[in-house]
Design a protein around this ligand. Structure first.
Ligand SMILES: O=P(O)(O)OC[C@H]1O[C@H](O[C@H]2O[C@H](CO)[C@@H](O)[C@H](O)[C@H]2O)[C@H](O)[C@@H](O)[C@@H]1O
Length: 376
């Protein structure tokens, strides 16, 4: 019995009566009426417990699809919901959010004052941070102006691009050799291939904690391409150590169907897990490695593991960047800057609205550095 939604018809009986009735309906794609089953209460609770244990393996238990789709709607990181939808309350909500996460441009002096006499290390997410979000992931180009400013940042501070994309793909967009790349959500880390001002060069691959997963990812990409080809707008992207299933161009009516296809594949691969980005389902190995771990790895590689004299600045827009913001909070070091126009739950300290503000912030940072070197 594939593609089924299980609906507990009444929650109260679970607590009180001896039997529980559930309705089982086929996928919303098909329109057959639901079938009703009545279970002895104890048996039902045993089944529920077993399903829950199973679901813990990779979050695929009965009823999870609905929550997947809910969170697909939420974009990322999770939007903060205001209690009322009227515009006055929305404005109050925005105002109180911006007080908690002020603009990094308005707080620029505070940020650089905290960095005086210390070494700034820059971490930059790619999509939504250095390039604006666009419909077609293959056309998420960085502007010439942004490339120039990132290059100047890299000439002044050790700089890494930390992205969910494969290194090959992001390199083909960014086209800079003097920076670090942490691709596939940090599971593929490479050093600069041109000598940078820190004398680091030709470092090539530094760390690939999930290399044994490459053949599995390739296989899953092929299966998912086959299984989703009938869903208009769905796109599967091979990010080498992980993969993305895009639904930005999929009609919302088909999101459940898409999530079900992804689920049906993930069930056979308990070594893989699902995370979510902006209108994208991301599938990656269950290893404990993420953008936060990549940030720690890079700081250690740069000799700053225990240093008090480093100020890591991480700029990102995505739910996956939260892992890095969290690491900075836990270390009590540096600043996370969330790129977002709308209030979102975040572990960042500051905010910027969009890539053009990121560009402005980076330019000011370079100017500040040049000025302080000139003054010294
Ligand atoms: O870590 P990031 O650099 O932010 O990468 C995360 C995902 O970014 C890309 O998808 C996102 O950007 C696309 C282009 O603007 C957009 O069409 C898509 O809806 C976004 O989710 C990338 O294509 C994914 O593989 C990355 O996982």
């Amino acid at each position: 019995m594939m593609n089924q939604n299980v609906i507990v018809s009444d929650r109260k009986p679970i607590l009180g009566s001896k039997t529980i009735t559930i309705s089982v309906s086929n996928s919303p794609l098909f329109s057959s009426p639901p079938t009703h089953f009545t279970f002895p209460r104890r048996k039902f609770l045993e089944l529920l417990e077993a399903a829950d244990k199973n679901s813990n393996k990779n979050n695929l238990g009965a009823g999870k699809i609905a929550s997947w789709v809910d969170s697909m709607r939420d974009s990322s990181p999770t939007r903060l919901r205001s209690s009322s939808r009227d515009s006055v309350s929305d404005n109050n909500h925005k105002t109180s959010w911006i007080v908690r996460f002020p603009s990094a441009l308005n707080m620029f002096d505070e940020i650089v004052n905290a960095a005086k006499g210390k070494k700034i290390v820059m971490f930059l997410d790619y999509d939504g941070t250095l390039s604006p979000i666009v419909e077609d992931p293959d056309k998420a180009y960085i502007t010439h102006e942004m490339r120039e400013v990132v290059k100047n940042v890299a000439l002044n501070f050790p700089t890494a691009i930390v992205t969910g994309r494969s290194i090959d793909k992001v390199r083909s967009f960014v086209k800079l050799d003097e920076i670090y790349y942490a691709g596939s959500h940090g599971m593929d880390i490479e050093g600069p291939t041109n000598e940078n001002t820190y004398g680091e060069s030709d470092q090539g691959v530094l760390f690939q904690p999930a290399s044994e997963f490459v053949p599995m990812i390739e296989k899953v990409v092929n299966i998912l391409e086959e299984k989703t080809k009938w869903i208009p707008g769905a796109m599967v992207e091979n990010n080498k150590f992980c993969l993305s299933v895009h639904f930005r161009r999929v009609d919302e009516k088909r999101w459940t169907a898409l999530a079900e296809q992804v689920k049906s594949v993930l069930i056979d691969y308990p070594q893989l897990k699902l995370t979510q980005g902006r209108k994208v389902l991301e599938i990656r190995p269950t290893i404990k490695w993420d953008k936060g771990q990549a940030l720690k790895f890079l700081l250690k590689s740069l000799g700053f593991e225990k240093s008090e004299d480093v100020v890591p600045v991480y700029i990102g827009d995505d739910r996956t960047d939260e892992d890095a913001f969290k690491v900075l909070r836990e270390r009590g070091q540096g600043f996370g800057i969330l790129v977002s126009k709308v209030p979102k739950e975040t572990n960042a300290s500051y905010s910027l609205q969009d890539p053009s503000q990121v560009n402005e912030f980076l330019k000011r940072l370079v100017e500040w550095k040049r000025k302080t070197v000139g003054e010294a």
